[in-house]
Design a protein around this ligand. Structure first.
Ligand code: GAF
Length: 383
């Protein structure tokens, strides 16, 4: 990002200097839909980010300008609920959470932009929420911890945007570390860094360029289905409070009492939580082929049991099985579009890009975008 150029835009728009903050998007190596089931995830923050410039304005209105949308919203801290412009919800949702918690805020002039591809499953929304919380924390000295920033940002998404997301994306955006993926235990919130250099292989993202409209409603439905399985098991064993506490035996015991969907979702999650454990071991031992095989297993689970994939994603994953230089591939993120994450031998990356783009274009008449991302540090202020 050219922070200097952004400062100039701010100066021209609001006629003063601003402080500059950034928060990154993320990839997730493995552990999909496990976060809200108290399981493990393995995300890494990446070198694509949302950048926010802000300063107090001494007025009785807050002004927010989105460079990418070329659009401004203006509201005061009492009447913001009438604003329903999509991009503004992520910022206003944070303001709402802070006001509900009785933090003392004043009006700001805000300008923001980003280079995280939208709808690609790389968490542009979490990055926007996290940079907003970080900005308000810095400018009003709210004394929030990093975990407070994660929680408030997640609450904004749950309560204001209406997507019942787990904690992974906001965690990765705030805690990200350059050169590392972070294995987070979503129950204890302990985490450990793992190097992402997978012996002469790199992660490459292929963006389907589609986002099917059911993404957020189906996401919330998946949560409810997982909860259905948990409450049935809890009646038998009161120590089961989430799918993290369950195994296939306890799930099978309630098979006849729950919907077919709840059973399939539960089975996938139990496997996926175990898979993250296996995957981190393989990663530590540099067993790249075994790690790659686990990516394919995750995709099969997401496709057939969790049912959050789509034709475009399945096609991309299937094609890689014919490419000897790809060791693993799967859909990444919430699903119903967005990217696949592929583990590719470094010297074949260009060949991979060319081949997968050609095949996807032939099949869907859509040119996919391909991203080779680097890992990055979490939310910070730019000095
Ligand atoms: C989305 C959510 F925001 C995350 O919390 C997570 O559940 C993910 O989908 C699926 O793993 O990105």
């Amino acid at each position: 990002m050219d922070y200097g150029a952004l400062k100039k835009i701010y100066q021209e728009k609001y006629d003063k200097e601003a402080r500059v903050f950034r928060s990154p998007g993320r990839i997730n190596l493995i552990g999909e839909h496990t976060d809200y089931n108290n399981g493990f995830v393995l995300p890494a923050a990446v070198d694509k980010e949302i950048c926010m410039l802000a300063a107090p304005n001494g007025l009785n209105e807050t002004r927010i300008f989105s460079i990418d949308e070329n659009s401004e919203v203006i509201f005061n801290l009492e009447n913001y609920k009438s604003i329903r412009i999509n991009w503004a919800l992520y910022i206003i949702g944070v303001i709402d959470e802070l006001l509900k918690a009785s933090y003392k805020l004043n009006n700001l002039d805000i300008v923001f932009t980003g280079n995280i591809p939208m709808g690609a499953g790389m968490s542009s929304s979490a990055a926007l929420e996290c940079v907003t919380t970080f900005t308000y924390n810095a400018l009003f000295d709210l004394k929030l911890s990093k975990w407070d920033i994660v929680r408030i940002s997640q609450a904004a998404e749950n309560n204001y945007v209406g997507v019942m997301c787990g904690i992974m994306d906001q965690f990765a955006s705030v805690f990200g570390q350059e050169n590392a993926a972070l294995k987070l235990d979503c129950r204890s919130l302990e985490f450990k860094a793992y190097p992402v250099n997978v012996s002469s292989h790199v992660f490459v993202l292929v963006d389907t360029m589609v986002k099917h409209s059911l993404a957020s409603s189906e996401y919330n439905t998946r949560r409810i289905e997982c909860e259905e399985a948990v409450s049935a098991m809890k009646k038998v064993n009161s120590e089961i409070n989430s799918l993290r506490d369950a195994d296939h035996e306890s799930l099978n015991d309630v098979k006849d009492d729950i919907s077919r969907e709840a059973y399939k979702r539960g089975a996938y999650i139990i496997n996926e939580i175990e898979r993250v454990e296996k995957a981190t071991k393989e990663l530590s031992n540099n067993n790249v082929d075994c790690f790659g095989e686990l990516l394919y297993e995750t995709h099969r689970g997401l496709q057939h049991n969790f049912e959050v994939s789509c034709t475009e994603l399945d096609f991309l994953v299937e094609q890689t099985k014919k490419m000897s230089y790809v060791v693993g591939s799967r859909m990444m993120g919430g699903g119903f579009g967005g990217c696949t994450i592929n583990l590719v031998k470094s010297e074949h990356v260009e060949e991979f890009k060319e081949e997968i783009s050609r095949k996807y274009l032939e099949k869907f008449e859509i040119q996919p975008s391909i991203y080779s991302v680097k890992t990055a540090n979490g939310t910070s202020e730019i000095n």
